[in-house]
Design a protein around this ligand. Structure first.
Ligand SMILES: Cc1cc2nc3c(=O)[nH]c(=O)nc-3n(C[C@H](O)[C@H](O)[C@H](O)COP(=O)(O)O)c2cc1C
Length: 328
């Protein structure tokens, strides 16, 4: 029996939460990880590229596969394929994606405007799935259509085992503040576990999110980019009442080096250099001369050279930090 209460989830983030990044976050304390969203249609059509998105590492403890689509039969069919070929713990259905391409074709967050189709999707998927089925939703489609509590209730009655709520509407995309009150309203209406998502960035906000939403678990997205310590620090905060672990710049670069090395062995040097850029830009955030460092990183096309640059950067940062430490 899968118990997802009291856990910290790493949010699915297309283009970021591949196996290498999920492994890193798991090592730092993420209890639950979810793949980037994969197209149910592409799975049914046998796309090898889509299947590549669904490999897990041993470090990932509780693993979810997120699918999107709008055809109940195709989605159920994709789950049959998934469960025959992959080892995972739950299926998550994307009903929150705001991307125009998906919304225009009635997928992602567009489903929040079509509760009967959403219900049918959950019903059909839950019917064939040997694993629990969850759904990730938003507060609503826009300010005129805020329906997360009623919508989530329909999903529950259709067979969902838990729901994740991002407290923003589709119209908001990622702007404004996540509304945690709406998550509480969802929690009050449902029997199944509710996962709170949106703007949880550290121990203080995690504590506050639990207080306001009364959710069963929390999910962290953007705050984990370049900062896997967020999981460890939140857990430490709940255990001790305060966060002891400080993240120094050289530590970030050392972890970035480890991440990049794994990316190279997973995807090959050439692809790793290209894919590492977006991650490294988060790892260097807040470090002195970050813009210059980013610029330099983006000009390097060779894995060995990039590794050397990062190693030198880590050493020079470490020297600077111990110098400051000695003065103080
Ligand atoms: C780059 C990026 C990609 C995302 N991709 C997905 C996705 O594939 N599936 C999904 O359900 N949500 C996706 N999201 C939304 C996140 O899972 C999460 O709901 C959102 O970022 C709010 O949480 P946060 O404030 O902790 O970042 C994505 C967000 C970002 C920033």
């Amino acid at each position: 029996m899968l118990d997802i209460r009291g856990k910290i989830f790493l949010a699915p983030m297309a283009g970021f939460t591949d196996k290498v990044f999920r492994r890193l976050c798991s090592r730092f304390g993420a209890d639950v990880t979810v793949t980037e969203m994969v197209s149910s249609k592409a799975l049914v059509l046998g796309s090898a590229k889509t299947k590549e998105l669904i490999s897990f590492s041993d470090e990932e403890k509780i693993r979810g596969v997120q699918i999107f689509g709008n055809d109940p039969e195709v989605m159920a069919q994709s789950v049959k394929i998934l469960q025959d070929e992959f080892e995972y713990h739950f299926i998550d259905i994307n009903m929150g994606c705001p991307v125009p391409k998906l919304v225009r074709s009635g997928e992602g967050c567009a489903l929040m405007k079509n509760p009967s189709l959403a219900a049918k999707i959950v019903e059909e998927v839950a019917k064939v799935s040997r694993k629990p089925v969850s759904v990730k939703i938003r507060k609503g489609f826009d300010d005129e259509n805020i329906n997360a509590p009623e919508f989530a209730y329909i999903l529950q009655e259709s067979g969902a085992s838990f729901v994740t709520v991002h407290g923003r509407t589709r119209a908001q995309l990622y702007s404004g503040k996540a509304d945690w009150e709406i998550i509480r309203k969802v929690k009050e209406k449902l029997k199944i576990p509710v996962i709170a998502n949106g703007d949880i960035v550290d121990f203080e906000s995690a504590k506050k999110a639990y207080e306001v939403t009364r959710a069963d678990s929390i999910m962290i997205g953007r705050a984990a980019l370049g900062n896997p310590w967020v999981f460890l620090q939140i857990k430490e905060g709940f255990e001790k009442g305060y966060v002891e672990t400080k993240v120094l710049p050289h530590m970030k670069i050392r972890v970035a080096i480890e991440f990049f090395t794994q990316l190279c062995s997973e995807k090959g040097d050439k692809m790793a250099v290209l894919e590492a850029r977006k991650h490294l830009s988060f790892f260097v955030k807040g470090i002195e001369n970050a813009a210059k460092i980013r610029d330099k990183i983006n000009r390097i096309n060779n894995a060995t050279e990039l590794l050397e640059f990062l190693k030198e950067l880590a050493s020079s940062l470490e020297k600077k930090e111990s110098f400051v430490d000695n003065i103080l």
